[in-house]
Design a protein around this ligand. Structure first.
Ligand SMILES: Nc1ncnc2c1ncn2[C@@H]1O[C@H](COP(=O)(O)OP(=O)(O)OP(=O)(O)O)[C@@H](O)[C@H]1O
Ligand SMILES: [Mg+2]
Length: 281
């Protein structure tokens, strides 16, 4: 399996020195090691979830992969490029915990935004817009929102807003999706539905997915591999991958799988790995 995401001995530290005080002097340098010696390779078409205690650095890892932050040490490549380049070229897409939609744009204009920003005629958008109409409707259909194209975000529920964010992340037809607890704020039924939708997109589009979640069940249900991070900032060094659980459950996965003893067994394995990870320095 060809590697599509590679993180090679990554460290990320933040300078958390106090802000300048009355005399304009910065407080003493204080470095917070968030991630230390973190190496991860994700193969093309793989679905990998990341779990770990709150504050261990999961979002930090995702931000590094999305080019939002730079590593202090180590090398990262996504689709053979630096992370920010991969995002810019539309090879990877990112979905955050909050949908982060533009309130003054309708659902379809939010989904169109990545194309608009790349269009050579972006400065005179109205006549150019029509050429994208079919593809945006198709994307909204993909996330079952075709009847809500003209709605503004504040008229959509949380789950619908997150679906708009997913459609937007798919606009440039990426190979890799990076998701940070995208369904954390949803009720269980909606979350189940979104999980099934995500799996359908994953299979139809042959995506590679890196998925951050708090939920072991969700990680097991979706993934081929669950990686577990250590406590990180609460211990002496930054967080790293300390356990890995392979999920051998067959695909395609349906909700009925959640009643299967093999599923319970995999969840138990994940829970044990997470518990053990708390004690690894
Ligand atoms: N810009 C920043 N400057 C300084 N410290 C930061 C910054 N961003 C994150 N941190 C610190 O890095 C650590 C890891 O944060 P991160 O958001 O990656 O955790 P997380 O695993 O995603 O947590 P959660 O599960 O609660 O979302 C925390 O201690 C946080 O305070
Ligand atoms: Mg987080």
């Amino acid at each position: 399996m060809a590697a599509i995401v590679e993180m090679d001995h990554i460290s990320k530290a933040y300078d958390v020195a106090a802000e300048p005080g009355l005399l304009g002097r910065r407080g003493p340098e204080r470095i917070l090691d968030v991630v230390t010696n973190f190496s991860l390779t994700v193969g093309q078409g793989e679905f990998v979830s990341v779990i770990g205690p709150s504050g261990c650095g999961k979002t930090t890892v995702l931000f590094l992969l999305a080019g939002i932050r730079d590593p202090t040490e180590g090398r990262i490549s996504v689709c053979g490029r630096r992370p920010a380049e991969s995002i810019r070229e539309g090879l990877s897409g990112v979905i955050f915990q909050q949908p982060i939609l533009f309130e003054w744009l309708t659902a379809e204009d939010n989904v169109l935004l990545p194309l608009r920003l790349r269009d050579p005629g972006w400065w005179w958008w109205p006549p150019r817009r029509a050429r994208y109409q079919d593809s945006v409707r198709q994307l909204l259909r993909t996330v079952e929102l075709e009847h809500f194209a003209r709605y503004y975000p504040d008229k959509l529920s949380g789950g619908m807003q997150q679906r708009v964010a997913i459609a937007r992340a798919l606009t440039l037809n990426p190979q890799v999706l990076l998701l940070d607890e995208p369904f954390g704020a949803l009720d269980e039924i909606t979350r189940d539905r979104m999980n099934i939708e995500l799996l359908r997109l994953y299979e139809e589009r042959r995506l590679t997915i890196l998925f951050v979640t708090h939920s072991i069940e969700e990680a097991v249900f979706l993934s081929d591999r669950v990686i577990v991070m250590s406590r990180g900032v609460f211990s002496r060094t930054g967080s790293s991958i300390v356990r890995e659980v392979r999920i051998e459950l067959p695909r395609p996965r349906r909700l009925a799988l959640k009643e299967d003893p093999a599923f319970f067994q995999a969840v138990r394995q994940g829970r044990v790995a997470l518990r053990e990870a708390q004690f690894v320095e």
